[in-house]
Design a binder for this molecule. Sequence first.
Ligand code: MG
Length: 386
Amino acid sequence: MKEIKKTIAVLGSTGSVGEQSLDVAEKFDIEVSSISANRNFLRVEEQARKFKVKAVAMADESAARELKVRLADTDIKIYSTESGICQMIGEQKQDTVVNSIIGEAGLAPTLATIDSGCRLALANKESLVVAGEIVMSRAKQKNVEILPVDSEHSAIFQCLKSGNSKEIKKILLTASGGPFFNYTKEQLKNIGISDALAHPTWKMGAKITIDSATLMNKGFEVIEAVHLFGVPAERIQVVVHRESIIHSMVEYIDNSIIAQMSVPDMRLCIQYAVAYPHRVSAAISELDLFALSGLTFQKPDPKTFTLLACAYDCIAKGGALPAVLNAANEVAVSRFLDGKLDFYRISEAVCETVDILSKASNEHTLEGILNYDREARTTIGRILEI
Ligand code: MG
């Protein structure tokens, strides 16, 4: 395997994308300068020793204290709390930060990465959902490249090499449809945790697997694409493609459609984001076209999967409304994963929160957006009687 002469930091290193990023680093002999995680200090210790990192950050303070004791025989620098993660990015040297933190917690490290001037390989789509305008304008101002680590957006990024921005007719954002595609509203009422955690094509963490089952993830990806590629939501069409072989497409004004295909494996997006503008030999297996039984395309059903429609509404109205959508969804999904909320209630409660806080669309400052994030958490808490 060819090496990639780059140094990376991996934020959220114990999550699914984080682990896969370290797998890519190992395969291509990429230097890992630093890692961060929430509280799994045992796994972080293993990773830190294996990759001989210079620094680690733990969002959880007591986990940071534990880790300090366990790594006392090394000269690895330990940072603690969210501000410690941001400080680590500023102080350590890396070419690329892979941000695979889950949820709104990824926003401050995204901004810290941009401020540090190094490339951002962004798996934390919530950074763009919550504060897309602010993230993109700051990246432009600092001349920082944002490379998407989301299979659909990596595909779109690659397809956009075929024409200029004026020649784009629409983006065709593919969706696997999740485990409950074609279910009726009634059927959604009988879903348990294990049903929702069984994704048909992608192996992912629990939060994003639930977001895929409700189509919230696809809604977030529409918002993510609006910000990353500067294409309005009405020109982004979600296409249900059950096989997850085409990872998205771009249709140009001459009606030519460019698609990117591969076996579904996040490691391709990660290696592309780190090695860009170059391509290097593959960390993933080859796509065997002759083994495919067919590729199918269908329209999504936003009337049943209301969070997709809600996401289109939130990005159209703009301001802090997408942040409200994200915050409410974080609370509802965490309640569902704790076994304290029915699956179908996730969508209902999130949409209700967005309705109540609709005036958030007028708010555009970072401080105001973060206030709405907190207000959304309180509001859905009241709705769910937490
Ligand atoms: Mg995706």
